[in-house]
Design a binder for this molecule. Structure first.
Ligand SMILES: [Zn+2]
Length: 240
């Protein structure tokens, strides 16, 4: 029932792992799978500080985790929050781990800004609204955009920090999507440009309904489920 996407990107001799899978068996298999494919990461990056995106060091304990400055601020403001949320979700899903999550030394990345990957450059764009932190990572040279928890085909907008911030992020993502070939959301399937643009339109419509306080808005096809209605109820509780 639960799934998080991780993306590995290589340029020249350097590779980076963006976000992380969630389940212990996935994390255990990851180093071998990536080494076999010639994509052994030299760096870890998380799009935001939610517990399900920061597990890269479980697979690669020798690497530091890079996060945008707003995420580092959030970690300092909410010490232990990711660890507690992970424990809660693990308990719900009956997941056992060998040891508690340790984030280790976190490297601060500039957002907006960029970081080098081999001969290329990763663009880091602000993406708040789902949470108070968040960044989208754009690899323009190969047409890849990793957006974190936005533009998901399986999840409606989970608005935790602000409807206005969420709208601003969708507006910021729109030209990035236009310039991409593949868009990877935090949860769900990678999307083509047209697929991601359709989801973006649906999400703007959803935010309109949320702002109106609609109790039972029409949810997009594929995202109209009991679970998504629960997310809507939470969004209403926070903002309507
Ligand atoms: Zn997530």
């Amino acid at each position: 029932m639960w799934q998080t996407n991780a993306t590995v990107l290589r340029a020249g001799a350097e590779a980076v792992l963006i976000d992380s899978p969630y389940f212990p068996d996935e994390l255990e298999a990851l180093p071998g799978v990536l080494a076999g494919a010639g994509f052994e990461p030299d760096a870890l990056v998380a799009t935001h500080a939610d517990y399900d995106h920061v597990l890269g060091r479980v697979a690669f304990p020798e690497l530091a985790l890079g996060m945008g400055e707003p995420s580092v601020v959030r970690l300092h403001q909410e010490p232990g929050a990711a660890q507690r949320a992970l424990r809660d979700m693990d308990a719900e899903l009956y997941v056992e781990r060998e040891r508690p999550l340790a984030l280790g030394h976190v490297q601060t990345l500039p957002v907006p800004g960029s970081v080098e990957l081999g001969p290329e450059e990763l663009e880091l764009h602000p993406a708040d609204g789902h949470t108070s932190d968040g960044m989208a990572v754009m690899a323009r040279w190969c047409g890849l955009l990793c957006v974190g928890d936005y533009l998901s085909n399986v999840e409606i907008p989970m608005v935790e920090s602000g409807i206005g911030d969420y709208r601003a992020t969708l507006a910021r993502l729109s030209p990035l999507v236009e310039a991409s070939e593949t868009i990877v959301p935090g949860h769900g399937s990678p999307q083509t440009r047209d697929g991601a643009l359709r989801i973006l339109d649906e999400d703007v419509d959803y935010l309109d309904a949320l702002e109106r306080g609609d109790e039972r808005p029409k949810l997009p096809a594929g995202r109209d489920s009991v679970e998504q209605r629960k997310i809507h109820a939470e969004n209403l509780r926070r903002f309507a």
